[in-house]
Design a protein around this ligand. Structure first.
Ligand SMILES: C[S@@+](CC[C@H](N)C(=O)[O-])C[C@H]1O[C@@H](n2cnc3c(N)ncnc32)[C@H](O)[C@@H]1O
Length: 412
């Protein structure tokens, strides 16, 4: 029976993955200061021994595996990037509390055989590698052999583009550890969407109308933030990426419904044009998929990407980003639901974009509805649920890692 401690336990993706990998285990302790996450953890896994704030823990109980998916806020490119220097007091510098506890364990001859780390991919970037190397050196000195790799959830059965760095450390070990092979993605984002969702999750029609409005108001035509280009000025639209150069530019940061239409050229050939109708009704859904597109501005030469129903998109400052449309997948979930959206039909059968529901976020982190129901019964608010999902680890990814570790666990 593997004795496990989950530091920074959150909602316990670690425990869930151990269950799914069918590794016999017992959680001897957890540590987390978020009362909402602790509540949901207990709803999902039963009562736990929570040691609370890691800074106050003097000595950990004996264990065979310690997991530490410490806060990424100061390492993530979407975060503050203050880093995780020892003594810097950043959330991410809590890593050095793990060091302190491992030193205590070493002094008491209680080092666990296995360690599991999870954090954002940026931890092994040029900027943070020296600090991460310091951590690797510390573990090596303790006697651990470290294996780390970036895994993307989309390669392990979940339609979320989420890259995370995982590290397995094994004490006094000469052998090898292989991270799981990539799998073909068979589940599409639309497979995980709820059939009916509240109107509040949709981008309001008012906003859409505003974006597609072609009325001339004191010389300003909002729809003309799409600057016609070349000789097909009426419908060959390009979105400028130079925000701020015109009065209407602040509108181009939002995705806009459009259609691809075949138009005859002077040479008699049909050419596809991206088109906005001037009646503001471009978002009427038809059976032809290319009629139902969303233009999402992005920082490429072209200036935009096209999204269709079932695609996931970034919605936050898209004009400065690339890869804003993810085909049949959602971009990385964060702790707030406002950065990503899904292209779907609204209640009027119009192509639209909407935020994900908390249930969809949990599904995209690898949880099944039965578990989600138990978590939601706690009555924790949507805001907190989004945060927990965005903070957590995609269960499927971790399950595959644990399956590969299982053989080593069972042979020691
Ligand atoms: C990246 S999340 C880990 C989520 C977890 N892997 C899961 O499966 O949900 C980091 C966690 O560290 C917790 N945390 C932050 N400061 C802490 C502290 N001083 N002591 C213990 N936990 C802390 C946060 O509340 C958060 O749940």
């Amino acid at each position: 029976m593997l004795r496990v401690i989950e530091l920074f336990s959150g909602i316990g993706a670690q425990e869930q993955a151990l269950k799914e990998a069918e590794i016999k285990h017992r959680i001897v302790a957890t540590s987390d200061i978020d009362s909402y996450a602790n509540k949901v953890y207990e709803a999902l896994h039963g009562e736990k021994i929570n040691l609370g704030d890691i800074k106050t823990i003097q000595r950990l109980p004996n264990a065979d595996l310690i997991t530490y998916s410490f806060p990424c806020t100061d390492i993530s490119i979407s975060g503050r990037m203050k880093g995780f220097d020892k003594g810097s007091n950043t959330g991410s510098s809590l890593l050095w509390e793990v060091q302190r506890l491992l030193e205590v364990a070493r002094d008491n001859n209680e080092l666990p055989r296995f360690l599991l780390m999870e954090n954002v991919k940026n931890i092994i970037s040029k900027k943070f590698m020296p600090k991460f190397q310091e951590w690797l050196d510390f573990l090596t000195e303790l006697g651990y052999k470290n294996f780390y790799q970036v895994l993307n959830a989309k390669d392990y059965g979940v339609p979320q583009n989420r890259e995370r760095c995982f590290m397995i450390s094994i004490l006094n070990y000469e052998g090898d550890f292989k991270f799981p092979e990539k799998q073909e993605l068979k589940v599409k984002l639309r497979d995980l969407l709820e059939d009916e969702v509240d109107e509040k999750y949709f981008l309001s029609n008012k906003l859409i109308d505003c974006f597609t409005d072609m009325k001339n108001r004191n010389g300003l035509i909002r729809g003309l933030r799409f600057r016609p280009k070349g000789k097909d000025e009426d419908y060959a639209w390009t979105i400028t990426t130079h925000a701020g150069s015109r009065p209407t530019d602040n509108y181009i940061i939002e995705p806009i419904p459009a259609a691809l239409r075949g138009r005859y050229e002077s040479d008699g050939k049909i050419k596809q044009h991206l088109e906005l109708k001037d009646d503001g009704n471009t978002n009427t859904i038809t059976t032809v998929q290319k009629d139902n597109l969303i233009i999402v501005p992005e920082a490429t030469k072209k200036g935009y990407a096209l999204a269709k129903e079932g695609d996931g998109i970034y919605t936050n400052r898209v004009q400065y980003k690339r890869g804003v449309v993810q085909k049949d997948k959602i971009p990385t979930l964060k702790t707030s639901p406002n950065d990503v959206a899904v292209v779907t039909k609204d209640i009027n059968n119009l192509i639209s974009i909407r935020r994900l529901t908390p249930r969809e976020c949990f599904r995209l982190m690898g949880w099944c509805d039965e578990d989600i129901n138990r978590a939601f019964k706690t009555g924790v608010s949507d805001t907190q649920l989004y945060k927990m999902a965005g903070n957590s680890i995609v269960v499927n990814c971790l399950t595959e890692i644990f399956k590969n570790l299982k053989e080593i666990i069972e042979n020691v």
